[in-house]
Design a protein around this ligand. Sequence first.
Ligand SMILES: [Cu+2]
Length: 419
Amino acid sequence: MPVNLFPLTWLLPSGNLFIQAEFQAEIFDYKNMIEYKIADIPHSVRVYPASGGTAVFPMTPQNNWTATIIFCGGTNLNADQWTTIWNIAGYAADNSCVRISPDVDLTWYDDDPLETGRSMGQFINLPDGRLFFVNGAGTGTAGYGNDSWAIGQSYADNPQYQAWYFDPTKPAGSRWAKAATSTIPRMYHSSATLLPDGTVFISGSNPNADYVSKTTEPTYKYFTQYQVEIFHPDYADRAKPNPSGMPTTLSYGGDYFNVSLSLTDMFNDTLNINKTKAVVIRTGFSTHSMNMGQRHIELETSFTTNNDGSAILHVAQMPPNAAILAPGPALFFIVVDGVPSNASWITVGNGKIGQQTMNARSTLPQSTISAQLVAQNGGSFVVAGQSSGAGVTWDTYWTRLGAVVGTLMTLASMTMAAA
Ligand SMILES: [Cu+2]
């Protein structure tokens, strides 16, 4: 059985490609046709048919849009085990997760492992910055055949019904959280993709050579699956912000633009503007548990609050580097305190592969909080930067303003870094 089909390949912000197959990995400078071999991926094989789940963490202003790639599960078969003369379908899948940030550090790092081993799990970038992990099998691998040990024709068994959230911003040891369970086996040829309303479309599974019907071939354990499911992440339980001024295009660099949020959009708390993000997601094309084009890009923002409690979010264009997000279609979300709006479909760059116009990085206005909002939240002393002991809201307000100031300092330091 081959173990290096469909090498896992990502475009890095440096403009190089990261390629992983069998246990090997490399940086490929395709412009100069130079390969740089790096350390082997630890623990297990991740490419088809081991088929670990893989994705890029959100690329954000805070991490300077650095690509960190995670791999979870797969199969730790030895080279001499990649034959079909033994029971592959009964062999436990690997549960390790590893990550690497190839543009800045060629070291592989262990990340929080899966609760149980999984082949053919799939990662979906959610607009709130978490990843959703779904589908796959606890034993065996991708692929199918008529081997004596095959389950029907499936090379996998023990479908994994538990879906998970993975939060890369949480401390190590606490990144996985249970999301939901399904009752539908989704193994080989299953798929999932984010929808513009922030839910996840989950479909497929056919671990057989051809269509297998439950009606005509009842001896099979796993049939061709035509049912689809929609997963509603926990943020779908909250009211959706509905900002105005959503864009339809984004350029590489250039003038910032404004998105308006009402007090309702900010859950009746204007200070939630400080927890508001502008997020671009390319859903890419999902197949065979992989999606090498999936991307989550957070844009730089600043804000101005108004006396009526509404606010303007100033949003930078894409960073002027097409290797952060290649031109083409994408979803644009406004995310308030972890709750995404419905997305607008946007075109990034001119929408076509090829030379792009690069403008100077967007310059954002300084964030400002209206005098009235400051007064409502504890008095004018806050503006003056000194305490007057003005009442019970002080502690709360100061704590929260501290977070706002933190953002302003971040913006200031980023401006310096960009200079
Ligand atoms: Cu296939």
